[in-house]
Design a binder for this molecule. Structure first.
Ligand code: ADP
Length: 642
């Protein structure tokens, strides 16, 4: 029995009941009765109603419009009208609008049922047609999605793979699959011979692919190369291509790189007459673009590779050691000298490895990891084979950091010999100087001297004292460098600083310098030689006083940071010219801007540096000319502190 749903919109209760219970229900339909036309769409279950029967009311002009509205919104709905006789104009309009039938009272059950069956039949036909259409559209969409997926896959492999053979073969395969062609190929122009050769192919014999050569002149593919325009051939334009193979339909698309045509991507059919469409052309053009990108990428990569090798060969030839590391602390490049220095074998894989996996030299690693934070751009590294290298860290924008190293073993040895010599001479000079001082003092005692003679004697005193200070400094330096200061104890640095400040109060007052001590309440002790540590503070504070004009400021700051005590001596003095800064810790070096009336030997900072290093610490300077200098000393905290 039929189970369709019918909605009656009838205001006459008698007629409604008659139709519902007398005609439609007995025929097996589910019937709902509604009185108000305007609320039918909100009747429960309206969306599954098959037939709507509307009744004309007196002076009802809106009936046809309402029927039209329902049909417009629900095109497969069957709408029947009950109209009074003589309304032919209304009936005509209704039928034109798509109403199934118009019934005239008195209604005969057979007529009503026939009209309902017609309506239901029409609705079913529409629905079957819609289902078919939907299925077709879905299939088309599914095929398009597959094509897009294939294109996406190719796009991904173009960017992800450097294997040009693989990518180009995949592109030709995709062109064949997408177009349903029998075969496909990718022809590339050989600039030297001016001929096209087959770079990738599908469904061609290997031998044919290998030996294939096609001139550009007078060939279809050549025309595409010359004009940069695609070619679509169908059966109507059947041609024998100058390759000795006959095709029925064909499509050639140019491969363009920076506006220049470098090849052709083609698909063809030898057997089938299936023509290629504009849609195929658009898809294969996309594939041709991918192929062009892949070829260009491969060319750029190979150029980069050549340049990289060239650079590597040049760097390998350089006598200095070079190590380049990325911002991610992975090794980019190590030249031969640097490999030799750190015992890295020629074939050890190093590129892209973390630096700690490749290098085990603590100070070198320190330069890369913390060096740039701590301003240690330069450091002397002792290698396992006894050599000493001077290493500088530079940052390379967009790349990372590079350490370059020069072998300074020879200069170190020279320096040692010079120091030995200076030590010996200094030692030997002490006795005659003591004698000179002694005799100068005796002159006045053994007889009268006039004022001028007294003045001369006093100058001898001053000069001998200056030379003695210099000699003592030199001998001191020799002792520190030789590592004779074995005595070490736990030393509180704030106390040392305080003693030093107290001893220089006079000089500070004389130049009206303001000194600020910035020390935390608790500071861990360091393991050191108190006299030597005092020498550090004396020298740095002495310099700050000497090189800061009257009325300036000096700040001594003590801090603890990561198991290290940090002392900073900051002044508002002359500053040090940048060109002199790398050398001020060398013996006898004085910066070019030292005023002529400020005496000094240039040994103080060399002594300070030696002492700092003998305490396993580091020292550096930040200075800006005319504004002031900050000397920073870092010494490790003693292990058994408190
Ligand atoms: P000097 O006996 O000349 O002071 P140092 O070894 O103590 O020798 O210092 C080396 C050089 O460093 C000085 O001659 C000076 O040019 C520079 N220098 C050191 N400390 C300061 C400072 N606080 N301000 C400016 N220049 C300084």
């Amino acid at each position: 029995m039929s189970n369709e749903k019918i909605l009656l919109v009838i205001s006459d209760p008698h007629l409604g009941k008659l139709l519902k219970d007398g005609t439609l229900r007995p025929a097996g339909y589910q019937v709902t009765l509604a009185e108000d036309r305007h609320s039918v769409e909100s009747v429960p279950g309206f969306s599954s109603v098959d037939v709507v029967i509307l009744e004309e009311r007196s002076d009802d002009d809106a009936l046809v419009e309402f029927a039209g509205h329902l049909l417009h919104t629900y095109p497969s709905l069957a709408v029947l009208l009950i109209v009074s006789a003589g309304r032919d104009d209304l009936v005509l309009r209704a039928l034109r609008m798509g109403v199934i039938d118009c019934l005239y009272p008195p209604l005969k059950p057979a007529n009503v049922l026939q009209a309902v069956r017609d309506g239901i039949g029409r609705r079913e036909r529409i629905e079957i047609w819609m289902r078919k259409q939907t299925r077709r559209n879905t299939d088309i969409l599914r095929r398009r999605v597959d094509v897009l997926k294939e294109l996406e896959q190719i796009g991904r492999s173009v960017t992800a793979s450097l294997d040009l053979d693989y990518v180009l073969t995949a592109i030709v395969d995709a062109a064949v699959n997408i177009t349903g062609a029998e075969e496909g190929n990718l022809l590339i122009l050989d600039d030297d011979s001016g001929e096209l050769y087959m770079r990738a192919a599908r469904n061609f014999q290997d031998e044919f692919v290998r030996t294939f050569r096609l001139p550009v002149s007078d060939t279809l593919a050549g025309e595409v190369i010359r004009t940069g325009e695609s070619v679509l051939l169908d059966e109507g334009t059947l041609q024998k291509i100058k390759t000795s193979y006959l095709v029925r339909t064909l499509m050639y698309v140019p491969l363009k790189v920076h506006g220049r045509v470098i090849g052709v991507l083609g698909v063809d059919n030898r057997e089938s007459k299936q023509a290629f469409t504009r849609h195929h052309l658009a898809l294969v053009s996309t594939l041709a673009d991918y192929a062009a990108i892949a070829i260009e990428n491969a060319r750029l990569y190979s150029n980069t590779e050549i340049e990289r090798r060239k650079l590597e060969t040049i760097l390998d030839g350089v006598e200095d050691g070079v190590i380049v590391v990325g911002f991610d602390h992975r090794v980019i490049l190590v030249n031969r000298t640097a490999r030799d220095a750190f015992g890295i074998e020629e074939n050890d894989p190093i590129a892209s490895n973390p630096i700690e996996d490749i290098f085990h030299h603590k100070e070198l690693l320190y330069m890369f990891t913390d060096g740039h934070d701590a301003h240690t751009y330069r450091s002397e590294l002792s290698l396992d084979d006894g050599r000493v290298v001077n290493a500088q860290l530079v940052s390379i924008p967009d790349v990372g950091f590079a350490v370059t190293m020069q072998d300074i073993t020879y200069f170190k040895e020279l320096d040692r010999i010079k120091s030995d010599f200076v030590n010996t001479v200094s030692h030997d000079l002490r006795s005659p100087l003591t004698a000179i001082l002694g005799y100068a003092e005796l002159i006045a005692r053994v007889g009268g001297v006039n004022d001028q003679q007294r003045e001369f004697i006093s100058r001898i005193h001053i000069s001998v004292r200056n030379i003695t200070t210099l000699i003592n400094d030199l001998l001191d330096l020799g002792r520190i460098e030789a590592g004779f200061d074995v005595h070490k104890e736990l030393v509180p640095l704030p106390m040392i600083v305080q003693y030093s400040v107290d001893s220089m109060m006079n000089s500070l007052d004389k130049k009206r310098l303001k000194l600020t001590l910035d020390t935390p309440e608790k500071l861990p002790k360091v393991l050191g030689n108190p006299a030597r540590l005092r020498q550090i503070v004396d020298n740095l504070l002495g310099n700050a006083i000497r090189y800061t004009p009257e009325g300036g400021n000096i700040v001594i700051r003590l801090r603890v940071e990561r198991d290290q005590v940090i002392m900073q001596m900051k002044d508002t003095g002359l500053g040090i010219p940048p060109a002199d800064q790398p050398y001020i810790f060398d013996k006898f070096y004085r910066a070019s801007n030292v005023p002529s009336d400020v005496s000094g030997s240039g040994l103080g900072l060399a002594i300070v540096k030696s002492i700092v290093e003998s305490h396993l610490g580091r020292i550096w300077v930040d200075s800006s000319l005319g504004k002031g200098s900050t000397f920073t000393v870092v010494i490790p905290v003693a292990n058994d502190n408190l």
